[in-house]
Design a protein around this ligand. Structure first.
Ligand code: SF4
Length: 207
């Protein structure tokens, strides 16, 4: 199983969306969205590509902190997750982490992520924290991230301390548990679905 930054982003939006995306039920034409985000980044910050590089990072999943019990958050359905199979080294052999970072300033250790949305979301922060986590796992000095919102003319600085690293590990385990479950997670309330690319998939035909 491969856990990437898109899945970590979706984990913070909707578990069902993450599950559908992972199981190749695609409505969002991801590559176009990613390409569009990169293009917006290049057009909004024309010097960006000169000073930064595209980086692909991969790492086998191995915990650095002891496993925590999975939390069921308020409003979530308490579907029992599939058991997480750790080996004696505290890793799950079948899980690989991967990320493709469009702009990384290797000299200063800064990840840049551009979002075309007109609203800041926690999922964006989680995605960049996953990048920082994975870079550090590969021995790369990664100081912080900057999320740029050209439509808002705002930026968000993202850091990752040791407590937050443990949180990233919890997200990875939570994502694995949800994705290993053969049942698609339940829908969110429709009020949270209006701008989701899976809206028709989830709601057309529903009264
Ligand atoms: S439409 Fe709603 S329930 Fe369906 S995947 Fe999107 S956010 Fe989740």
């Amino acid at each position: 199983m491969t856990i990437n930054a898109t899945l970590i982003n979706y984990l913070h939006l909707c578990h069902r969306k993450m599950w559908l995306h992972y199981h190749a039920i695609r409505m969002e034409h991801t590559s176009e969205v990613v390409a569009e985000g990169k293009l917006i980044g290049e057009e909004s910050y024309p010097q960006r590509a000169d000073k930064n590089q595209e980086v692909e990072v991969t790492s086998p999943w191995r915990r650095t902190s002891p496993p925590a019990p999975l939390q069921v958050e308020r409003g979530e359905t308490a579907t029992p997750p599939a058991p997480l199979l750790y080996n004696e080294r505290g890793s799950m052999d079948n899980v690989v982490l991967t990320a493709k970072i469009d702009f990384f300033d290797a000299k200063n250790g800064v990840v840049y992520e551009t979002k075309k949305s007109a609203a800041k979301e926690w999922a964006h922060v989680a995605q960049v924290q996953f990048y920082l986590y994975l870079l550090r796992k590969n021995g790369v000095e990664a100081s912080h991230g900057i999320i740029e919102y050209p439509k808002l003319r705002q930026t968000e600085r993202v850091t990752l301390d040791s407590e937050e690293e443990a949180k990233v590990e919890e997200w990875i385990e939570k994502a694995v548990a949800i994705l290993e479950n053969e049942n698609c997670p339940p829908k969110l309330p429709i009020s949270k679905c209006k701008s989701c690319s899976y809206f028709d998939f989830c709601w057309v035909g529903e009264d």
